[in-house]
Design a protein around this ligand. Structure first.
Ligand code: G3P
Ligand code: MG
Length: 238
């Protein structure tokens, strides 16, 4: 019944996603891990942002990859959620590493477009090594190419294969090919047989994004290893 409590985009259900406020809230709730999305800025920094285009959660428009970190950090990342979050800014991955150090592990999901995969992988591995966080971090992605680029640079990296299609066989095949540590399927695709197969292969099974209490309880009962939720307060403490 015990599973890792993983906050999705920080505590995205109650705070503007992927902002310091969201990460601080997840830490207050005592989560084991925080899932966040990263991509590369025009000046080669790793920034914590879900969408490749500005406009939904961060003021402005156009591709993130064409902006510098300083330009991105000047933009309002909180007002879309509620006026009181007007001061929230987009953090760099390094800032989130500092905030969470010794308090929660990270699940870093790569959102960079294909042309940025090699540089993203290089920057990510180097930053995690520099901060002593490579061993505790799960690096996940829906794209095999991005994970392969990480694996090339870091034989010890813990990779997580993200998946949302009904047929789970290719997810397990990718995990085997990459020497992944975990599989991260959409929660509704998981049943007892999937749990058994992940165990048989020695893979951790972390599911996303589970917000309904009855679904959380059912997945915990099935024996998944981690549950990723926008509402980490709904996940049972160990
Ligand atoms: O990593 C799990 C989940 O975050 C994948 O989808 O779109 O929320 O990044 P998305
Ligand atoms: Mg994500």
């Amino acid at each position: 019944m015990s599973y890792a409590r993983i906050a999705h985009r920080g505590a995205a259900g109650t705070r503007p996603e992927l902002t310091p406020a969201a990460f601080t809230r997840a830490l207050e709730l005592g989560v084991d891990m925080i899932e966040l999305d990263v991509q590369l800025t025009g000046d080669g920094a790793l920034v914590v942002l879900h969408d490749r285009l500005l406009g939904r959660t961060v003021a402005g428009s156009g591709p993130v990859r064409e902006r510098t970190l300083a330009e991105l950090q000047a933009l309002d990342a909180g007002t879309w959620f509620a006026a009181r979050w007007v001061s929230e800014r987009v953090p760099s991955l390094d800032q989130v590493l500092a905030l969470t150090s010794g308090r929660a592990a990270l699940n870093v999901e790569i959102k960079s477009p294909p042309q940025d995969w090699p540089a993203t992988a290089a920057a990510l591995v180097s930053l995690l090594e520099q901060r002593g966080r490579l061993a505790e971090t799960i690096i996940s992605c829906f794209d095999m190419g991005a994970l392969a680029a990480v694996r090339e640079r870091a034989p010890a990296a813990r990779l997580g294969v993200l998946w949302h299609s009904a047929d789970l066989a290719p997810m397990f095949a990718r995990a085997a090919a990459l020497g992944a540590a975990a599989v991260h399927p959409l929660w509704s695709l998981v049943d007892a047989a999937v749990v058994v197969e992940a165990r048989r292969r020695g893979l951790r099974l972390n599911v996303w994004t589970v917000n309904q209490p009855d679904a959380i309880a059912a997945l915990a009962q099935l024996g998944v290893d981690g549950i990723i939720s926008d509402f980490p307060e709904r996940l049972l403490p160990a």
